[in-house]
Design a protein around this ligand. Structure first.
Ligand SMILES: Nc1ncnc2c1ncn2[C@@H]1O[C@H](COP(=O)(O)OP(=O)(O)O)[C@@H](O)[C@H]1O
Ligand SMILES: [Mg+2]
Length: 282
């Protein structure tokens, strides 16, 4: 059985500076196995970014317990070790590119962590995100939006983290840019990394992840396979989350009495389901 690489119990977190009462996380318990690919969904404000920043040790100590690869993210002395284990890709990571060339930017992390051969690591990371290492000579600012974002992700991968967290990595990209990026994430998972992918687009998560965790108002509302999550129509509605469009179509047909499943989420599966129901219509 795979090891639990992240163990979270009864996590409660309140931002110090908030004027409005209320906790950002209200008792979250969650364990993630090594090599798992978890999709984290939930409305804006449900606590997704807070949860992953706590995992990465980027916020003050919460209440409850949290253990990441044997380290305690709330302990200052574990922070350096944690930075090597957990790679965090923030929203719009390309805003943090700053160096003159792509290579010096991507090798910044490993240099800063005093890892050996920072430039070799950077070149490997560029290849991992599907960019030609020759791009290393160019200025990050001369690249397209989608390329810049992949450069920023390479900067995190260059530190070779075991756990990779991506917070809304496809926001603001066109469909092609989104697909390229998501296939990069899928490949990183196949190579054995533990991945937490945040998105409010359920259709983006469902076909890729083995497990979906849905947060609502700082609590875990649903946790299971995409099929298990999408079959909980009422709870999804409670969190004001829409299932993928193709799942919604199946659920509407079901409501009209069609004998179809309401938990499928890919177009080929759904069309097969609808065609076979249609064939049996009389
Ligand atoms: N830096 C901050 N200071 C104060 N409150 C915050 C801060 N960041 C988030 N919050 C609040 O914490 C709650 C959870 O936010 P967040 O974790 O960003 O949710 P999500 O990523 O799901 O949109 C929200 O109520 C939000 O307003
Ligand atoms: Mg967020």
């Amino acid at each position: 059985m795979a090891m639990q690489i992240i163990k979270i119990q009864d996590l409660v977190f309140t931002y110090e500076n908030t004027s409005q009462a209320g906790e950002a996380l209200r008792g979250v318990s969650l364990s993630i196995k090594q090599g798992e690919f978890v999709g984290l969904a939930g409305q804006t404000g449900s606590g997704k970014s807070t949860l992953v920043q706590l995992i990465a040790g980027l916020l003050p100590a919460p209440k409850g317990t949290i253990c990441v690869a044997g380290l305690d993210p709330s302990q200052k002395e574990d922070f350096r070790a944690l930075r090597r284990k957990v790679g965090m890709v923030f929203q719009y990571p390309e805003h943090q590119l700053f160096d003159e060339t792509v290579l010096s930017d991507v090798s910044f992390g490993p240099r800063n962590l005093e890892l050996s051969n920072p430039e070799k690591r950077a070149q490997r990371a560029l290849m991992l995100v599907g960019l030609d290492p020759a791009i290393g000579e160019r200025s990050p600012f001369a690249l397209s939006g989608g390329q810049r974002r992949r450069v920023a992700i390479a900067g995190v991968l260059a530190m070779e983290p075991e756990i990779l967290i991506l917070d809304e990595p496809t926001a603001g990209l066109d469909p092609e840019g989104r697909n390229i990026l998501l296939s990069v994430v899928e490949r990183l998972h196949r190579e054995g990394r533990t991945i937490i992918l945040i998105s409010h687009r359920m259709q983006e998560l469902a076909p890729r992840v083995s497990r979906m965790v849905v947060l609502n108002e700082g609590q875990v509302l649903l946790d299971g396979t995409p099929e298990q999550v999408f079959s909980q129509q009422e709870k999804l509605g409670e969190a004001s989350l829409a299932p993928p469009p193709v799942t919604a179509l199946l659920q509407q047909l079901r409501a009209k009495g069609w004998p179809v499943r309401g938990d499928l989420f890919t177009v080929p599966q759904a069309s097969e389901e609808i065609i076979s129901a249609w064939r049996q219509r009389c």
